[in-house]
Write a protein that binds this ligand. Structure first.
Ligand SMILES: Nc1ncnc2c1ncn2[C@@H]1O[C@H](COP(=O)(O)OP(=O)(O)OP(=O)(O)O)[C@@H](O)[C@H]1O
Length: 333
């Protein structure tokens, strides 16, 4: 009788990961549940760090490692440092990186009125588009830009004023070795998270830098207003329709109580094509105009640092397709 080979076993709290060169990481509590894995807290050199693990056969960590390596080489500001990485047999892959705080989606949902102050929304908007610009500069697109994939760093590392981009499981190179754009592959299928997906993502088209910026814009509006018109719509085609209407019939409601600069930014984004280089500086300039008009200063506390504003409740995130697929798989097991 052949013995059944066990594989795809994720580690648990209190397990130890021993790397190829003998470093040991004792896993603490789980910080988050990803699509096919778990992120744990751990310690290295007396510093708290994060350990992302993914099932061996489903692992997307290779591309994440590529992104973090490239970001490190190019001195990017809005990315975690890659501390270690490896594979444990046929069980799981792991990636060890800088610890971050709670993501912007969780942080917003924990606020009393579920929306950020203009000061936090604008400053988070500027930092998150800068993170997208850095990702694009190193040759990758995210294809899953959303507030849930950005988080501030932690005080321990003096990074609590910086917002980081994380989760590159759906990322892809958009340029080749010679830095030429990879040609449009036209129809390739859905990628990303329904709530923040670009119109071209809904059309299942190949995505480009402009799609990351369109998703970033939906996140900006949500952080500012606390909601998006398609928040409670589950059917993807109806979400697409709502996004299309937000350009025409419902544009005024969509952008109601947002600064007039947001309207200009949306017009700019909608003019982009697959090949366009988004005008990051122009968009940041418009956001800086909002900052100046409202006398917002960089030193101000973030909303989540202000205890009077926070209610700590459990939040339901907007799940990516990877997470949805993984939970369905779990449920059918
Ligand atoms: N460096 C980090 N520091 C602290 N927490 C983290 C870190 N990286 C990830 N997390 C937490 O773990 C959760 C899952 O991480 P991540 O989004 O990278 O996993 P994923 O499997 O790619 O998830 P998804 O299915 O959303 O694509 C995050 O929502 C976050 O709460």
């Amino acid at each position: 009788m052949t013995e059944k080979v066990e594989r795809d076993r994720l580690p648990k709290q209190n397990d130890e990961i021993v790397t190829e060169n003998g470093r040991k990481y004792k896993l603490g509590r789980a910080l988050g549940d990803g699509g096919y894995g778990v992120v744990f807290i751990s310690e290295f050199d007396n510093c708290e760090i994060a350990v992302k693990t993914e099932k061996f056969s489903k692992s997307q960590l290779k591309v994440e490692i590529e992104v973090l390596r490239a970001a490190q080489q190019m001195g990017c500001k809005h990315f975690c440092s890659l501390i270690d990485c490896g594979t444990k047999g046929k069980d799981f892959d792991y990636l060890i990186m800088t610890l971050l705080g709670k993501d912007l989606h969780k942080m917003r949902c924990e606020l009393e009125d579920k929306k950020f102050s203009m000061s936090t929304a604008i400053r988070a908007g500027i930092q998150t588009i800068k993170a997208c610009e850095e990702l694009h500069r190193i040759g990758f697109i995210s294809r899953d830009v959303k507030p849930g994939n950005f988080a501030p760093g932690v005080k321990q590392n003096r990074q609590n004023r910086i917002i980081f981009m994380f989760d590159f499981g759906l990322s892809r190179k958009y340029v080749d070795q010679n830095n030429n754009l990879i040609p449009n592959r036209k129809e390739v299928g859905w990628r990303g998270t329904t709530r923040y997906g670009s119109l071209d993502a809904h059309k299942r088209l190949d995505l480009a830098r402009k799609d990351d910026i369109e998703s970033w814009f939906y996140g900006l509006v949500e952080m500012t207003k606390g909601t998006l018109p398609w928040r409670n719509v589950t059917n993807r085609t109806n979400v697409q329709k709502a996004k299309e209407l937000a350009r025409t019939t419902t544009r005024v409601q969509f952008l109601f109580e947002t600064p007039p600069q947001y309207d200009k930014i949306l017009t700019m984004i909608d003019a982009y094509t697959f090949e366009s280089t988004p005008e990051y500086s122009k968009i940041i300039k418009l956001l800086n105009e909002v900052k100046e008009a409202a006398a917002i200063r960089d030193k101000e506390a973030w909303d989540w640092e202000d205890e009077s504003k926070s209610t700590t409740v459990n939040t339901v995130s907007s799940f990516s397709d990877k997470q949805n697929r993984a939970s369905k798989e779990k449920a059918t097991k």
